[in-house]
Design a protein around this ligand. Structure first.
Ligand code: HEM
Length: 84
């Protein structure tokens, strides 16, 4: 089951209270429960919470990371992205 989020929905998820979402490509990931175990550190992930982190993601990771974590972290896709 996949949900569709607007960029504004994702932007509202930028802290521990609401949960922290990030966008990578067309996909939305809920990293709330992952932040403290992120091998790259929690700080860097918190900084992009609520935002499109596509550029930063691909700078530090490859496709295998998404393959491994998508099932656990992916909560849906972002709707307006195609128009940007
Ligand atoms: C779905 C979101 C993310 C997942 C599942 C994830 C997962 C991982 C994993 C597994 C590693 C270990 C290295 C590897 O296996 O390639 C890593 C390292 C790292 N990540 Fe992430 N990451 C995510 C998002 C981000 C974002 C958005 C940033 C930057 C804003 C970031 C920055 C880094 C950095 C700097 C490292 C260390 C790279 C190094 O040591 O060379 N990550 N991440």
């Amino acid at each position: 089951m996949s949900k569709t989020f607007s960029v504004a929905d994702v932007a509202a998820h930028k802290d521990a209270e609401k949960g922290m979402y990030i966008i990578v490509d067309e996909n939305v990931y809920d990293v709330t429960g992952f932040i403290d175990e992120h091998p790259g550190g929690s700080k860097i992930l918190k900084r992009v919470a609520g935002k499109d982190a596509t550029k930063q993601f691909w700078k530090y990771h490859n496709e295998s990371v998404l393959k491994k974590y998508s099932e656990r972290l992916k909560v849906g896709t972002v709707e307006e992205k195609a128009k940007l």
